[in-house]
Design a protein around this ligand. Structure first.
Ligand SMILES: [Zn+2]
Length: 422
């Protein structure tokens, strides 16, 4: 794959229809189906590993994941006025309406447009929260506002320009840039890097890892999101789906593969201003298209479904993609990087079910622990790969009563602590 096709491959976008014009302007429809197929076997293997790991692993379970979000509003309103139905310096209210849509959709929340009664429908168990702490550790509302004289941005060429105006560490935050996009695009999302079917091996440069959205397709019927079929906030649900590793339901080729068995084969994107039933004839089989799927191109009001397989894929990606994995770990504790390797036992002795130890690391490091009983015998051990500062838990059920010695090892540094199990 040449660098150019690779670039096109990772750019994902929605065409802009429903504002009095019908245009198809998505650059990835030529995605090479063959290259996806070639990697299918690799994917099956990875997914199998993922599921077998999930049985006994804390990291792989279906726990609720909360993703900190920063919304960078990049506007050309020199007066600095915020809000209104034409102003691309959109209101906090418009932003909050979008976060609400994301949470309804990723939680399949009953009583909201994000609910579905499909037998394959999934609660992704992912929530999105406007960041409360900025990269310097200061309180924030998770919204930045930056004036730029540039009136609109090109999703293919201007992503570094947008990032240079405002960007937070993509290992800790989902960056969403909201601005005016050129040429009728609604937005795009960057794929995570992972050794995984349909994904590129490497993460894109972290400076541009995130989602870019046109302000008119951001939020639900609030402020500038007020006309056409994309005013219900599903562009962001869709693009964040890409950011989590999901592929279009038609696999970006005629009857292409999205690597999810419970989304029916689909001839092509469903480009329509209506939610009418559509069918596909793929490999001699006629099936109903899942126009409700968030990874289709149907109007916002038709969408309400992520499937179980899409959930499985996302859960696997969150483990296998280095940067997404870091983000999930960071989101649990958001501890700062330390000057040097340090360990603090948070409560000792403890009558809780586990000992909790704060492990502070300079940047992202491998570390491990070994626990020894009073006879000097090793009773527990665990390895951690590429971790930021974190809190680890040692299950007390695995230890008897008594005094234990825990050794934490990172590189050639060793720190010993005593654990008192009552
Ligand atoms: Zn897309």
């Amino acid at each position: 794959m040449t660098k150019q096709t690779l670039r096109i491959f990772i750019l994902l976008c929605l065409p802009f229809i429903g504002y009095g014009q019908t245009q198809i302007r998505c650059a990835i429809k030529e995605i090479a189906q063959q290259s996806l197929r070639n990697r299918h076997q690799a994917f099956e293997k990875k997914l199998q590993q993922y599921y077998s790991k999930a049985e006994g692993s804390l990291e792989s379970d279906d726990r609720l994941i909360k993703i900190p979000v920063v919304v960078h509003v990049v506007h050309n309103n020199a007066s600095g006025t915020i809000g209104g139905d034409k102003n691309n310096n959109i209101s906090d209210e418009q932003i909050i309406s979008q976060i609400k849509v994301l949470n309804e959709d990723y939680r399949r929340k009953s009583g909201t447009p994000g609910f579905n009664s499909s037998p394959v429908g999934a609660d992704m168990n992912i929530e999105f929260v406007l960041a409360s702490v900025d990269p310097e550790g200061n309180p924030t509302n998770g919204i930045t506002r930056t004036y730029s004289a540039q009136a609109s941005f090109d999703v293919f060429k201007d992503n570094y320009t947008l990032s240079s105006l405002s960007y937070w560490d993509a290992n800790k935050y989902l960056n969403i840039w909201v601005t005016s996009i050129k040429d009728g695009y609604l937005g795009y999302g960057e794929f995570p890097g992972a050794d995984f079917d349909g994904l590129d091996l490497e993460d894109v440069n972290e400076q541009i890892d995130g989602v870019i959205i046109d302000h008119k397709a951001f939020g639900r019927q609030t402020g500038t999101s007020n006309s056409g079929v994309y005013k219900f906030g599903r562009t962001v649900t869709h693009e964040v789906g890409h950011w989590l590793g999901l592929i279009h339901t038609w696999g970006d080729a005629f009857c292409g593969d999205d690597f999810c068995n419970d989304t029916p084969p689909t001839e092509r994107a469903n480009l329509s201003n209506f939610c009418r039933p559509l069918s596909s004839n793929c490999n001699g089989m006629v099936t109903q298209n899942m126009i409700e799927n968030f990874m289709d191109y149907t109007p916002d009001s038709c969408m309400n479904t992520f499937t179980q397989d899409q959930k499985g894929r996302v859960r696997a990606v969150l483990e296998l993609s280095k940067r997404r994995r870091r983000l999930v770990i960071n989101s649990q504790f958001s501890l700062p990087a330390a000057e040097k390797f340090e360990v603090r036992v948070l409560e000792n002795p403890t009558i809780e079910d586990q000992f909790r130890l704060q492990v502070l690391l300079p940047g992202y490091k491998d570390f491990s622990y070994k626990v020894y009983n009073s006879m000097g015998q090793e009773v527990l051990a665990k390895d951690f790969k590429d971790y930021p500062s974190t809190v680890i838990e040692i299950p007390r059920a695995k230890l008897s009563k008594g005094i234990f010695n825990i050794r934490l090892i990172s590189g050639d540094e060793v720190i010993s602590r005593r654990l008192i199990s009552l």
